[in-house]
Design a protein around this ligand. Structure first.
Ligand code: NAD
Length: 527
């Protein structure tokens, strides 16, 4: 007899990562890369209410590591942004009338089906990320695993919130119930850097709560989002629940945010755009019946503190992985190393040696550890920030160069002697550029670490428990790591989201995440 597992948050476990040192796994990934290669350069439409809509104007998504290679050609909603965005919002509004009546358990089932579809062909989805966003095999696999995790986790979380929730017994003769109901139509505006996991997680968290959505994918990763739309269709999700409108942030994004019919906005991206959306969403427009809810996850200037008593080998390894994994393009990436001056020289020797061993190359090659940054703008910003770091008194220990002839390659760069308050110590760069700041002692290190507008991730390396305990109390970040790197958050294990200008601390992959996409209804009936 087959035992049916009860799906609950308690039995949820993370999708295991693929071990590419196993020949069979490496062969499967190579085959997926070749399969995707044959599918490059195809044309993709908008999807509104299940219907394909093609526009005359289009834009290309390219491979950042080989920029002449076109990954996908997209119908561009910008040409008629107002009209197409309205159509998508109307489709979502109509679909909402039926979707909100589907039971939470049935809604969750679509997420479990989507997870199963992706799991069955995981190398295929990872391979798309290799081509479209310059992810190495391991980084792409991590993204695919996280997407599966979000679907499995949010499905279970919905089951947890479904039905009538406990209330205090009433002193009156009445029957009382409390339940969560959906909000309405949401705008989903994801970034490109976790093109499957974050995009799918943001979209389906809203959907499983009974909302319907308009998804505007990042112009740097639209093909992966389209592939996810195909997964949803295969899973049988009703038309109109997720509508797909590729275009720019400044046209499609602005219209979505401004629409009085949009009930909530789920955004992940930069601080500048996040703050702008927050402000625009606060304006009430004619016909608007609600205050829009904004869930915004934004940037970081994440620091690793290394104390004078730390295990320096372990710290060096953690810093290099967190600073240069996925070319420093994780919101959790270590972009500041704050080191006690007493161990500075010894630590830097180890870090520079490890950094110089990083194999930079094409993401399609299985042994590549670092590849190109996402686009020209990102390359230019990294280059100008490196120059700024030098101008402001920093000393380049390794890297510092770049080459954008074939792809947007920035060398893994370490800038030492950066002063607290310097531009590269304060501003997010989102590239493989690490600023090193010397601290006089642990007090000073914490002061520097907390001295930015952000508060996303942080780590402390120390062998003294009292130092680690102090970090728990005084290091003001949403995700704190002790004696380990500050990247690699796992769904359910490390609910993710930051303080201050890093966002609304929504804690993606946490047990209360879904509450942001629902509203509570209390009903009292007199006996
Ligand atoms: P971005 O802010 O440039 O773009 C994010 C999304 O917003 C894209 O879909 C974009 O098209 C859209 N957009 C741009 N302008 C808009 C506007 N005026 N109105 C509406 N939408 C608009 O960010 P990005 O480069 O895609 O992503 C990188 C950023 O995301 C970094 O700052 C990183 O730290 C942050 N990030 C944060 C988290 C987190 O959980 N805190 C996770 C991943 C990425």
């Amino acid at each position: 007899m087959v035992m049916q597992t009860q799906k609950s948050l308690d039995e949820f476990r993370n999708e295991p990562f693929v071990d590419y040192s196993v020949a069979e796994n490496a062969d499967a990934m190579r085959a997926a890369i070749e399969e995707v290669r044959t599918e490059l350069g195809r044309e993709y439409p908008l999807v509104i209410n299940g219907e394909r809509i093609t526009t005359e104007k289009s834009f290309e998504s390219i491979n950042p590591a080989e920029k002449s290679q076109v990954v996908g050609i997209f119908s561009d909603a910008d040409a008629d942004a107002q009209n197409l965005t309205e159509q998508a919002i109307d489709a979502a509004t109509n679909a909402f009338q039926l979707w909100k009546q589907v039971s939470p358990a049935d809604r969750a089932e679509y997420l479990f089906k989507a997870a199963a579809i992706i799991r069955d062909r995981k190398h295929y989805y990872s391979a798309w990320m290799v081509f479209e966003t310059g992810k190495t095999w391991a980084e792409a696999d991590g993204d695919t695993a996280e997407a599966i995790d979000f679907l499995e986790f949010y499905g279970r979380e919905m089951l947890n919130w479904a039905g009538h929730l406990p209330v205090t017994p009433s002193p009156y003769p009445e029957n009382n119930t409390f339940e969560y109901i959906p909000l309405g139509v949401g705008a989903i505006i994801p970034p490109w850097n976790f093109p499957l996991a974050i995009m799918a997680g943001m979209t389906m968290a809203a959907v499983v709560c009974g909302n319907t959505t308009v998804l505007k994918p990042s112009p740097d990763a639209p093909t992966i989002a389209y592939k996810f739309m195909e997964v949803l269709e295969e899973a049988g999700l009703p038309a109109g629940v997720v509508n797909f409108v590729p275009g720019s942030g400044t046209a499609v994004g602005e219209h979505l945010v401004a629409s009085p019919k949009i009930r909530f906005i789920s955004f992940t991206g930069s601080k500048t755009v996040g703050l702008h959306i927050y402000e625009e969403a606060a304006k009430t427009r004619p016909g608007q019946k609600w205050m829009k809810r904004v869930v915004a996850e934004m940037g970081g200037k994440d620091a690793i503190i290394v104390c004078d008593d730390a295990d320096l080998d372990s710290a060096a390894e953690g810093v290099v992985q967190a600073a240069f994994g996925f070319q420093g393009q994780k919101c959790s990436a270590c972009s500041r190393l704050i080191v006690d001056e007493k161990v500075h020289d010894e630590l830097m020797e180890k870090i520079v040696a490890l950094t110089n061993q990083i194999k930079v190359g094409l993401p399609t090659d299985g042994d590549t550890q670092m590849t190109a940054v996402i686009n020209q703008k990102s390359f230019d910003k990294a280059t100008s920030m490196i120059n700024k770091g030098i101008e402001e008194g920093g000393k380049v220990l390794t890297g510092g160069g770049g080459d954008s002839a074939n792809g947007f390659y920035v060398e893994p760069t370490i800038i030492d002697d950066v002063a607290p308050g310097a531009t590269i110590e304060q501003e997010e760069i989102f590239a493989p550029v690490l600023a090193v700041i010397k601290a006089k002692d642990y007090d000073h290190a914490l002061e520097i670490a907390n001295g930015t507008d952000y508060g996303l991730t942080g780590a402390v390396y120390s062998t003294t428990q009292a130092n680690l305990d102090r970090a728990r109390r005084d290091f003001h970040v949403g995700n704190l790591y002790l004696n380990r790197k500050c990247t690699g958050a796992l769904v359910g294990v490390h609910p993710f989201g930051g303080f201050n200008m890093s966002g609304t601390d929504s804690k993606a992959g946490g047990r209360e995440y879904l509450l942001q996409f629902m509203q509570g209804k209390s009903i009292a009936q007199k006996n």
